[in-house]
Design a protein around this ligand. Sequence first.
Ligand code: ADP
Ligand code: MG
Length: 442
Amino acid sequence: MQFTDLGIDTRLETQLAHQGITQPTDIQAHAVPTALAGHDIFAQSKTGSGKTLAFLLPAVQRVMKQKALSKRDPRVLIVAPTRELATQVFTQLRLLIAGTAIKAVKILGGENFNDQIKALRNDPQFVVATPGRLADHITKRSLQLSGLELLIFDEADRILDLGFTEQLKMINEQANHRLRQTLLFSATLDHAQVDALSRNLLKKPKQITLSAANEQHSDIKQTLYLADHLDHKEALLEHFLNQDDVGQCIIFTATRADTSRLSEALNAKGFKSVALAGDLTQNKRLDIMDSFSRENFKILITTDVASRGLDLLSVTHVINFDLPKHAEEYVHRIGRTGRAGFKGNAISLVGPKDWASYLAIKAFLNDELKFASIESLKAKFKGLKEKKPEAAWDKSKEKAAAVKKPAFKRKAKPKKPTAPIKAPMNIDGDTPMRRKKKPEQE
Ligand code: ADP
Ligand code: MG
């Protein structure tokens, strides 16, 4: 199948071919025609399965081919939970619109507000934004959304987790007209909170669920190691980082302070690591991501600020130095590797403090987790017995309850798009990705 078979312009197809992208992935094959037909979409598919193009392609196609509702207001608004992710989506968008007259601006927190006002006065058709700063512009009336045609939320559940409900309401109200189309995308959309959000935002949505949030990712090898204490975790970490098969690696810690501390400890041992600590300026954060994506250093140490969306194809290993509290963040963290059909490894260190999180993740993933050990670094810790339920547990129960409920209140089961999509399927029912060459780094 070709992109043109999905209704995508040959010009865009050529642009994709330059990036080595020639065949749509499963999510693209489903979402692109559905979006072009004007439906609202609620789409869930695995990490690294190509969701960005699944929403960008129909958006660019629409702006290229259809008449605008308003000459001044943006036509497409894409909201992403973090600045890093918004920047990445913006970069992908700019590649698609290169050589056209289409204008796009990026509106992020931490950057100069007045510069953004000026950029918005240029009447861009596309705005890519993080929710907080976007809401500021709406309040100050430097951004009007009454002509908005397409509203897209990437990692929609994360935007809610971050507590941007009020901002979402405001955006929704500002762009509340009959013709607005709304698309929600994530790898983990099936929790109760999202259900409520989608009922407010979406009109008769088509639900495209290509994998369950808790389904195992066939390209990611997951292994857990028990650890007694911090020093033991560091010894294990050093062992893993010294393995030959480690290309680039992302290490997740529980707190921001831990990122800097661990980075210093690793650098003292001769590794080349950098911490994406939360107190850095916006420019510094983006510089670090840029430098990491150019493979200037091997190890990035971060918190959940980088768990979502970031697409770095040379990441061979994700190491959870500490486990995340929420099970769905585990899915996103490990999804920083094993992307676009490449294989990846996810290693998690589980100490006494991680045990409650471990149980929550295990329950969420239906027991898909395997422990291993390194002969010279075996732990005395064997897990905690019968621990009282904790916050992390509650979340998984909430999810279990949410799964039983249908995602939308409707009589019939939501239909998948009717046109049969004939793509080569692998064993998981996903279209294997084909890439001719690595995309050029920007
Ligand atoms: P997701 O949002 O589902 O996690 P992304 O949109 O970030 O995934 O895409 C993951 C990677 O796959 C990116 O590097 C992207 O360029 C690549 N990709 C996307 N679509 C295709 C395709 N049709 N063929 C090959 N590679 C693709
Ligand atoms: Mg994504």
